[in-house]
Design a protein around this ligand. Structure first.
Ligand code: ATP
Length: 234
């Protein structure tokens, strides 16, 4: 049984359908990349998994339980954390306050979780009492990921973690993703950066205009010209 199974979901915004028959699975311990052009439906897929959106058909199963209809708060409690595109950190609050907000599931574990997050992102500990708005773009992205980790998730959903960052910071973010996975968290990441995504991922899927078009191991996809074509053709 896979940790996460997205099984033939259709998803709409109002009466505009944007996903058709989308399926994917993530095994415990894996890093899986969901690739595709702007507007292909990657963010919508993540939002459906984390309970922001409800599929009109199909199922989202986590540890074999159908969570497709579950609201966001309950999904976090099941062990899924979502780091949205655009970070959404509180710039006027301190770094530590931002992190504590991510731990709303079990507040008794805050210190233990802070320690884990600071181990992965030492910079956040050095600046714990500083206003989050004073962090650089890359550091703010680390903070958003750190906040996701505060709920001690089994599955971390990362939406465009490297978007808008300078190349050296992109490398830092992908290194952090590798460390997080090595520490036992399963990762499903959405990326426009095909090269780096397939470098850290075990497997990947390609979505094009709301439909899954390709899947394979990271090595298979890295050598498949249809992956890049699916970006150009959008
Ligand atoms: P990007 O990388 O640009 O975020 P994406 O692959 O994540 O792209 P989605 O954000 O999932 O794509 O968007 C899929 C489709 O759904 C697009 O056609 C988009 O215009 C549409 N869409 C997204 N959000 C809404 C919304 N709130 N209402 C209506 N349509 C939406």
């Amino acid at each position: 049984m896979a940790l996460l199974e997205v099984d033939s979901i259709d998803v709409s915004y109002g009466n505009i359908q944007v996903l058709w028959d989308v399926s994917l699975s993530v095994e415990r311990g894996e890093t899986v990349a969901l690739l595709g052009a702007n507007g292909a439906g990657k963010t919508t897929t993540l939002k459906t998994i984390c309970g922001d959106l409800t599929p009109t058909a199909g199922e989202v199963r986590f540890r074999d339980e159908n969570i497709g209809e579950m609201p966001f708060e309950d999904v976090v409690g099941k062990g899924i954390a979502h780091v949205p595109e655009g970070r959404e950190i509180f710039t006027d609050s301190s770094i530590r306050e931002n992190l504590e907000l991510g731990a709303y599931i079990d507040r008794s574990k805050i210190d233990e979780r802070l320690e884990t997050v600071y181990e992965i992102f030492p910079r956040l500990e050095e600046r714990a009492s500083q206003r989050a708005g004073t962090l650089s773009g890359g550091e703010q992205q680390m903070l958003a990921i750190g906040r996701g980790l505060m709920s001690d998730p089994d599955l971390l959903l990362l939406d465009e973690a490297s978007l808008g960052l300078a190349p050296v910071l992109v490398d830092d973010v992908f290194e952090a993703i590798e460390r997080i996975n090595e520490q036992g968290t399963t990762v499903l990441l959405v990326e426009q950066d095909i090269y780096n995504a397939l470098r850290v991922a075990d497997r990947g899927y390609v979505i094009k205009t709301g439909r899954m078009t390709l899947s394979g191991t990271a090595a298979e996809l890295a050598g498949d010209e249809r992956v890049e074509e699916s970006y150009l053709g959008a």
